[in-house]
Unconditional design. Structure first.
Length: 220
């Protein structure tokens, strides 16, 4: 997640952890930056259980990277490469430092840039999976989601996180595959409607572990 935006010093005031794969247990700094809200361990566990069949070898985009929890989790679990885009220069520097200390961390490419401007400059079809979890108070979904569509492969997957009730829907060519919610967020995984659905994503084996999470699988 990309969060600007104060000139005040940003100390690392918290941690999140990578919860699966080769870097399991690695702790990531969460800076004291306005609006920085890393995806919770519980939501990430659910999401990556859904995604596990399609992660090996995937080209991943974490468009509002923040702590890097989504992009680095994907790499930890088998993605081939991940681009982490972060506008805040200090957060981007912290992401580079984190990647440098991880064995195999060169698979993470950190870009310090405005997410939408950077996205428009990219070639089409370069990614298999994109994470879109922008600052909730900035209303980026309407600009980013249409621009992102062409940058994903024909077999692409799209994850969107937003406040409950927000207008954060991708264009019509994306079909809702799985979704869930907490009191603070709605999280949803989409795939292209034209995709030959030869991969069935796993159900979350811990889906009933807490009543704070409500998951739904749409009828297709």
């Amino acid at each position: 997640m990309n969060r600007p935006r104060s000139n005040a010093a940003r100390a690392a005031t918290g941690k999140v952890r990578i919860i699966g794969g080769r870097w399991r247990g690695t702790r990531l700094d969460v800076a004291d930056a306005p609006g920085l809200r890393p995806t919770s361990d519980r939501v990430r566990e659910t999401l990556f259980n859904w995604l596990q069949p399609v992660l090996p070898g995937a080209r991943v985009l974490d468009l509002f990277a923040g702590s890097g929890a989504l992009g680095l989790e994907a790499l930890s679990r088998g993605a081939a490469a991940a681009v982490l885009v972060e506008r805040d220069a200090r957060l981007a520097a912290a992401l580079r430092a984190t990647a440098a200390r991880l064995q195999g961390g060169e698979a993470a490419s950190v870009v310090q840039a405005d997410a939408l401007a950077w996205l428009h400059a990219q070639p089409d079809g370069g990614f298999d999976l994109a994470f879109v979890d922008p600052p909730f108070d900035a209303n980026f979904w309407g600009g980013v989601l249409p621009a992102l569509t062409a940058k994903l492969s024909a077999q692409g997957w799209l994850y969107v996180e937003s406040p409950p009730g927000a207008d954060a829907l991708p264009p019509p060519e994306w079909a809702l595959h799985r979704e869930g919610s907490t009191r603070e967020v709605r999280y949803a995984l989409y795939r292209r409607r034209s995709t030959d659905a030869t991969v069935t994503l796993a159900n979350d084996p811990a889906g009933d572990a807490t009543d704070a999470i409500h998951e739904r699988t749409p009828r297709e």
